[in-house]
Design a protein. Structure first.
Length: 586
């Protein structure tokens, strides 16, 4: 496992600083199923207790980690000894994501505890840095009543549940910042006004500082603005006279540099980017940049054969986006696992819309879970706010709330998400049992039987003027809530298997409907169903299940190791026909 640093790229190109150190690589490691570590104070002498090696950031269940142990473990310990160069300013220790309850010690000092397996966190370590430093991390994950996503608590998963993970699964890094620094910044495109709204959060003494903002496009400066810092939170609008909207067809990106200045001295500097695009709803259609936009998507669950939760390389992330584009897709639905920010970066650059979904499965809708869930979900929304590719937030998937308290849980998360980010659409509960929502999306796997029943069902919807004909399959709206003419998207359908493709685990293959004979039968069926969906004027988009196979599921366009099961150009041509059909009515 010795050698070059795994995942060496900067983990957050949307908020990049030049002065940083990647801590990925070989760490000490040990499972702690009897929870002995804290009582025995392993954090004081990790070398005496933590006696194995692991390659961070790959979870211990994965082949790339060097551990490759998929059996359930309650707790895992990590440590690393490293030197840090001396710098002026402050030093921050960042974790991209650690599953699930994380406690951190730096040079034997406890820094704190973080709850949540998908969200980032950091600690300031400026006053604790020594010539040689010892970082110890304890990750506890018993998969109790908590957001787990598609992780299976069993050691050998099957069907629509996959290998569980514990511990570090995204990059760990050190960041050097100024004595006063830009802690966060949020970029909101105001396309119709030809402006971008910039909100910066300042940490530290700011009274004698200015904030300078420089915006560029394809290497040339198009805007520059400097203002005095009068509060720890600054909000200003910058005109974008050189306007190039962002879309999947033309993913134009503007780069922005934010610098804190004291006279001619640069106190702190961070760079990011944004796309000028607006998302909305009009006449039961989803709109992008003021025009109706038909969604052609696939489900994407962000699993990898050798890395499980973690992509082996940044190239793997980029490749998946490119595969989606080769299929003629204009979007993906990140399902039950918020995406790695590097994946969103490639969606931004290459041009692919994203519905980002929280991994809420595994958590009950008890009131005790509300604030912990909201805190994690809020952190994810804010982390990914600047990505133009994201057009919808999805906090829940396929919930069937039975009580008023459970429905209120979903409604309040929807409302808080909408207040936090009013610029995007929010799907309250993907699939069915909708409450308050901007999109009514429906999971419909009945099309494996053929399209005539599908067409008849939607004819009845138009005839009666509501969604009651769909109730034979799913309950679209939760009791007490009515359909209010929101856009309708078939956000899951298909899931078909092809006979010769087998799962990589020793379990029965998981797919929907009758197994198909070969890729030619798949293409014929896909064409039949997709064109029927496109011809239904009530529907404004669809999402096929799924982009690639995962473990026991064999229903992707690609195998789990990303080999084509169907000719992508054939799928692309079908999607071009969809666009022609839809363009006649939009």
């Amino acid at each position: 496992m010795e050698g070059s640093i795994p995942r060496p790229e900067h983990p957050r190109p949307d908020r990049y600083r030049e002065d940083w150190i990647n801590l990925n690589g070989v760490w000490g490691f040990r499972f702690d199923d009897y929870l002995l570590g804290e009582d025995e104070k392993w954090y004081l002498d990790p070398e005496s207790y933590i006696d194995r090696k692991i390659l961070v950031p790959y979870p211990p269940e994965s082949e790339l980690s060097g551990i490759r142990d998929p059996s359930p473990h309650r707790c895992a310990w990590y440590y690393r000894i490293f030197e840090l160069p001396s710098r002026s300013g402050r030093v921050l220790l960042h974790f991209g994501a650690v599953d699930y309850e994380t406690k951190v010690w730096f040079n034997s000092v406890e820094l704190g505890t973080h709850i949540g397996g998908f969200s980032p966190f950091y600690y300031e370590i400026t006053k604790l840095v020594e010539d040689q430093n010892i970082l110890v991390v304890r990750a506890r994950d018993e998969m109790l009543d908590q957001p787990c996503g598609k992780q299976d608590p069993n050691p050998w998963p099957r069907g629509t549940k996959y290998t569980r993970v514990i511990g570090i699964w995204q990059t760990v890094w050190i960041e050097y910042v100024g004595e006063t620094f830009i802690e966060e910044f949020y970029l909101t495109p105001l396309l119709s006004e030809q402006k971008v709204r910039i909100e910066a959060v300042i940490n530290g003494e700011y009274h004698d500082l200015e904030l300078e903002i420089v915006i560029s496009f394809t290497g040339f400066e198009i805007a520059k603005k400097t203002i005095g810092v009068t509060s720890p939170r600054i909000c200003l609008d910058v005109d974008i006279e050189y306007l190039r909207p962002w879309s999947p067809e033309e993913p134009n990106l503007y780069y922005v540099e934010l610098a804190l200045l004291r006279g001619n001295e640069v106190v702190d500097k961070v760079t990011g980017y944004f796309g000028m695009r607006e998302v909305g709803v009009s006449n039961r259609e989803i709109t992008l940049n003021g025009r109706p936009y038909y969604l052609i998507m696939a489900l994407d669950q962000r699993y990898y054969p050798k890395g499980v939760y973690t992509a082996p390389t940044d190239e793997d992330l980029r490749r998946d986006v490119e595969y989606a584009k080769r299929l003629g897709l204009n979007g993906i639905r990140c399902h039950q696992k918020p995406a790695d920010p590097r994946f969103l970066y490639w969606c931004d650059k290459i041009g692919l819309l994203v519905w980002e979904e929280m991994g809420d499965w595994g958590m009950s809708l008890r009131q005790e879970n509300f604030e912990p869930f909201w805190n994690e979900w809020r952190t994810i929304v804010l982390r990914d706010y600047n990505h133009p590719s994201i057009i919808a937030w999805v906090p829940f998937n396929e919930r069937a709330p039975k009580t008023e308290k459970e429905k209120n849980f979903i409604v309040e998360i929807y409302r808080r998400t909408k207040r936090l980010d009013p610029t995007r659409l929010v799907v309250d509960n993907s699939g069915y049992y909708h409450t308050e929502t901007d999109i009514v999306d429906i999971h419909d796997y009945t099309t494996w039987k053929g399209v005539e029943g599908f067409k008849a069902k939607w004819r009845r919807v138009r005839e009666v003027g509501d969604l009651s004909p769909l109730e034979e399959h799913v309950k679209v709206m939760a009791n007490g809530f009515k359909y209010e003419n929101q856009p309708i998207v078939i956000s899951e359908f298909g899931g078909w298997g092809i006979k010769k493709y087998k799962p990589i685990i020793k379990r029965p293959p998981c797919y929907y409907g009758r197994i198909l004979e070969d890729e030619y039968e798949f293409i014929n069926k896909y064409r039949d169903v997709v064109l029927a969906i496109a011809e239904e004027s009530t529907i404004c988009g669809f999402c096929y299940t799924q982009l690639y196979d995962i473990e026991g599921e064999v229903n992707g366009y690609l195998t789990y190791d990303r080999k084509w099961k169907v000719v992508p150009s054939e799928i692309f041509r079908i999607h071009e026909r969809v666009k022609k059909i839809v363009s006649k009515r939009l």
